[in-house]
Design a protein around this ligand. Sequence first.
Ligand code: NDP
Length: 298
Amino acid sequence: MTAKQLNGRELAQKIQQNLVPQVVEITREIGRPPRLVVVLVGNVAASASYVKSKEAAAKRVGITADIFSIPESTTTAELVATVKAIGREEHGPVDGILVQLPLPDHVDARTVLDAVPPDRDVDGFHAENAGLLSQGRPRFIPCTAAGVQKMILDAGVETRGKHVVIVGRSDIVGKPLALLLASRGPGGDATVSLCHSHTANLKAITRQADILVAAVGIPQLITADMVKPGGVVIDVGINRIQDGDKSRLVGDVDYDTVVEAAAAVSPVPGGVGPLTVAMLLENTVLAAKERNKAPSDG
Ligand code: NDP
């Protein structure tokens, strides 16, 4: 069997095209395009490249995107002050605020993320938004988790009553994804196992997965023998590896072998990555709509 490839790039383009008329409408209503501010700290090449692709995608759908570049030497207190100033609109009107992770080790990321106003927290990492998701009434769903669910729905893969195994329990990917897929409704109602570095006999669990999601950060950790034959495999991982004198991106899934065991697999690059960006834009449009609702709307 050779698996179907789950093409995240095409789906992301479709989602972005659907956003264009919504952006036109909200621009007409509020007299300016929705605006996203991205805070980028330091000079990590991967972060700079993610931020650039977010900026370019935003501009393609008509959202204004501005990058605030902050030196690596910034402190937690300085960064909190900057994020709060952006939230108070001292640097112009803003609908979505995103602090690109990872932050330098000497900065307390949790404290910085909590400084983002929850109504403009388009990454969905603020405690208030995490709480709303856990209670089954999400406002901003973390973009990668939302992107994985979109990919599953778009592929027509049933989640209700299925066993989903997620490898990786981070606050930004694995944990919100587990909540989302276990929640009630379409794209949910799954039985979810959340695995991590202390999981005993990982392979015995992953082999039970109707849908297996890898969000670990270890190149090609998931091999064909860890996959249930005919299962669906979604690869969130983005890892840069050295291949001779060149470097290339690989996921957490050993694509070339898993493709022979699974029914469907997402590639890296071109899988979950573009969907993460599309979901960020969806969240920004949602934030702009919600914030600019007339008070009489409730
Ligand atoms: P984290 O490092 O925050 O979390 C990794 C998780 O994997 C942890 O829960 C850890 O367990 C678990 N883990 C580590 N080693 C093992 C192992 N041997 N077996 C089982 N579990 C293990 O990573 P992120 O969630 O931030 O990112 C994961 C990957 O996804 C990375 O490659 C990242 O680049 C990528 N990513 C991709 C995005 C996209 O848009 N496609 C967006 C965000 C991330 P423990 O909790 O016990 O430490």
